[in-house]
Ligand binder design. Sequence first.
Ligand SMILES: [Zn+2]
Length: 365
Amino acid sequence: MTGTGSEIWFSDSYDEARSRILQMAGQTGCSATSISHPLGTAEQPLALDVIRCGSPDAPLRLLLSSGLHGVESPPGSAAQLAFLDRLQRTPLPKTVQVTILHALNPWGWVHSRRMDDRNVDSNRNFLLPGEYYEGAQETYRKIDCFLNPKRSGSWPGQFSLMAAVLVLRYGYGNIQKAITTGQYEFEQGLFFGGREPNWTTAQLQSLIPELTRTTRRACHLDFHTGIGEYGRGQLFVDHPLNSCTRDWMAETYPADALDSLPTESEPPYRARGSFSKWFFEKSTAAETLSCCAEFGTLSSLKMLNILIRENTAYHCDGIDSARRRTLRAELEDSFCPKDPVWRRAVLEQSEQLIWRAIDRMSAWG
Ligand SMILES: [Zn+2]
């Protein structure tokens, strides 16, 4: 914990965040259950913690999840801690309950990896019935040697030049789509969606139907960082919206907090295997809205640069190699800047997203 303003909710480590969220849950009268991760040990426990606040009979449920991409965990965890802090002074409406999913990828947080222990990008792993863990965009195959070099540290000074050549050859839009859609062919590559449901997906497969069974309306905010303008939060929705949910969202959030809202026929954001799209399909609530709450840090080119270098060092040099340790620190700072101004901006916007949802849940439909 560092700082003097709202940035105190940012924790310096997974262990610190976990102990704070469990302690705060106890102080606010919320119940907590923990799902242990198989790679946890006595010295380094790893768990997904589920914290339930408000009446279990309340028909409206807000879900707040953090840490699907391990290294992106601290801001989402801080938002959850700040929510619990405010809950001590601001009770929930009787019709609303809030469930916190803290550290969806605890191994990734402890090791500062975006992926899980098998290099699986969990936000590409939630495939729906009829989808298969196979395939890659043709452009991804063509630029595999750029995204996933076989030797670390081989071309750091040439990155921008190589990127420019590839953009000229394949087009920026094609490259962006090829990368962000996810791929199921290159096991050590970036945005690898896995061969089967991973640990995180398996836990949520049993948890989400249980959490939404008696719920009339479910709103889900999944916290991420690394996309968008520095310090600016945006909601991304990649499932169809009906007119009722669409109107509720437009009235609940200012236009600048929303990425373009999808229509029923054409969601704008097309990652395969995303948690939010899967949540929308698996929720048994009568109405469901699932959003990715993204907070920008560095430019997309800088983010791609550090992701490539860290991933290559991890696979070529090893998780505890000197090169990877240096890049680990850079990766942490790229996804969660230490800048107190950035941290305060993220927390302020997160608090608004969360409490606007709570205040307006009963006006939904
Ligand atoms: Zn993310």
